[in-house]
Structure formats: structure tokens, C-alpha cells
Design a protein around this ligand. Structure first.
Ligand code: A3P
Length: 288
């Protein structure tokens, strides 16, 4: 299939037609954000599904029923997707949503609201590898070609939701003050309990130590992989071919080292450094 059949061009961003439409993007622009709305914002493959697992129990006193009975896309819906209109009016406040939108493409009402954002960043090398495998298994995306070819597209921003660097800079430079919390995928892997504690404080919520332990245990990679409401096994094989790759694939930091040649690493590092130059944004993986 051709690129134009697979993607819509939304303000210069490619967005997959399978889950987005002109109407859903119009609705996004007119969406009325409530002051108690909570958005987990990510560049794709940075931990979106993980946040869809984490937020419901943190917001409802540790009850895991929602995450055990409702698919991730309906329990914490994507703000910009076609399904949003069927769900957002029905979920109780405070509403938790996810979004892949860069900062400037959030709905107008977001900017003057008090809605909070948790922005998750992941090492772009692992984002690239995760995305490469996802493109191989998801039939509604373009075929990635070789990893080197896919890297070219990724660095040029010819991938869904544009350049990683633009996305990260847009949110890291936002003027949201205490309305935004920055976490990394790597911190979540290292100390999930600690990150959940920070999220609870940010949201002004509390959980007992026992309830928090249960949420942490439920949200481990191993346990999410067997949760049919979260592992995308409900999606037909002709859309996501799990024989090629699982959606919840490896769930580790540093898998790029198993994929990158020294040449690819040098090219990728230089390109990202160039784009981030002068931004004052530093990540632990910059030193690796
Ligand atoms: P890998 O492909 O590297 O395994 P998103 O949900 O934003 O599309 O991101 C998907 C990535 O997050 C996948 O990475 C997936 O395995 C990983 N992921 C999801 N839940 C996770 C968890 N509980 N622990 C670690 N990684 C997780």
C-alpha cells in the first residue's frame, strides 16, 4: 500500500489512518479539556501501553478490575484517535488519556486548563528498535526495510508522529510549570515503585504500601505480557502479526546494542546530538 493510503498528513505529521480520521483530528482541536484531566504523553514506543496500565489503579485506590477487564485503548484512550468520541464522554473524571501529539498540537482548551501531563521519554535508540519491530508486525504501517533504511526515515521524521527530537523538545520546552511531570522509561524499569510514588504525589493521590505493591507487581513486563487486555492479543492477526513480533516484545533498556552496527550508532548519535544542540536537554543515555 502507498504511504498516502496508510497515513494522513496532519500539520506535517504522518498519523495512521487505521486509528485516525479527518473527523477525529477535527474533534481533537475542538476538544474541551477539563481541569482534572490527566494526559500521559509519549512519542510512540516510549511506554504508552505501560502508562495505560499504571494510571487507572493509581487513580482508583489500587483497584485492578479496570485493567483486567477493559482493553488498554478503551480504558485510557488516545485523545486524537477515532475511538475517543465513543469513550471520553463515558469515562468518569478524573479522566486519564494518552496522546502522541506534540505540545503545539494539543487542543486549544488544554493550554488554559489545569490539566496535568506525564511526559514519558525513552532512549531514542531503543525507540527506533522497538518501532522497527512494530513496523514489521503491524500491517497498517509501511514496511520498514532494513534497520539502516528505517533509521533514515526515523531521523528525517518520515515516520508516525514525526521526529523524536521535535516531539521531545516541544514537551521539554513547554511552559506548563508544575502541570507537567517528566519520567523516563528507563527510570520506570529501574524503580517502578519510586516512579509510581512520584506520579501519585504529582496527582495529589495516595495509596497504601500494600496497594502500591500490588500495582507495581501487576505492571511488570512479565505480568502485562499475559494480560489479554493489554498485550494486543485481541487485535486480529491480519492487523498485528504476533508471529513476526509481540507488541510487548522485550521490555528492556539497551536492546539497541543488539541491533546497531558501530556505523549506525555513530550516524544516529551525531544526528540526534545535532538536533538537540543548544536545547539544554540532557538524558542519562547521552553518556552511554
Ligand atoms: P519493546 O518493543 O522494546 O519491547 P508503546 O506502548 O509506547 O507503543 O511502547 C511499547 C514498548 O514499551 C515496547 O518495547 C513494550 O515491550 C514496552 N513496554 C510495555 N509495557 C512494559 C513494561 N511493563 N515493562 C517494560 N516495557 C514495557
Amino acid at each position: 500500500m502507498e504511504i498516502k493510503d496508510l497515513f494522513l498528513n496532519y500539520h506535517g505529521l504522518l498519523v495512521p489512518r487505521i486509528s485516525h480520521s479527518e473527523e477525529s483530528l477535527n474533534r481533537l482541536e475542538k476538544f474541551t479539556v477539563k481541569d482534572d484531566d490527566i494526559f500521559a504523553v509519549t512519542y510512540p514506543k516510549s511506554g504508552t501501553t505501560w502508562m495505560q496500565e499504571i494510571l487507572p489503579p493509581l487513580l482508583n485506590g489500587g483497584d485492578l478490575t479496570t485493567v483486567q477487564t477493559i482493553p488498554n485503548w478503551d480504558r485510557v484512550p488516545w485523545l486524537e484517535e477515532t475511538r475517543a468520541c465513543f469513550i471520553l464522554d463515558k469515562i468518569p473524571s478524573p479522566r486519564a488519556m494518552v496522546s502522541h501529539m506534540p505540545y503545539h498540537l494539543m487542543p486549544q482548551t488544554f493550554f488554559n486548563s489545569k490539566a496535568k501531563v506525564i511526559y514519558v521519554t525513552r532512549n531514542p535508540k531503543d525507540v527506533l528498535v522497538s518501532s522497527f519491530h512494530f513496523h514489521n508486525m503491524a500491517t497498517f504501517l509501511d514496511k520498514p526495510g532494513t534497520l539502516e533504511e528505517f533509521t533514515g526515515k526515523f531521523l528525517a521524521g518520515n515516520v508516525i508522529f514525526g521526529k523524536w527530537t521535535d516531539h521531545v523538545k516541544s514537551w521539554r520546552n513547554s511552559d506548563l510549570g508544575d502541570r507537567i511531570l517528566y519520567v523516563t522509561y528507563e527510570e520506570m524499569l529501574q524503580d517502578l515503585r519510586g516512579v509510581l510514588g512520584r506520579i501519585l504525589t504529582f496527582l495529589g493521590r495516595q495509596l497504601s504500601a500494600e496497594a502500591l505493591d500490588c500495582v507495581v507487581d501487576h505492571c511488570t513486563f512479565k505480568n502485562m505480557k499475559t494480560n489479554t487486555m493489554s498485550n494486543y492479543s485481541l487485535v486480529p492477526q491480519n492487523l498485528m502479526d504476533s508471529k513476526k513480533s509481540s507488541f510487548l516484545r522485550k521490555g528492556i533498556a539497551g536492546d539497541w546494542k543488539n541491533h546497531f552496527s558501530p556505523e549506525l550508532d555513530a550516524k544516529f548519535t551525531a544526528a540526534i546530538q545535532e538536533e538537540m544542540k543548544g536545547s539544554n536537554i540532557k538524558f542519562p543515555w547521552d553518556e552511554e
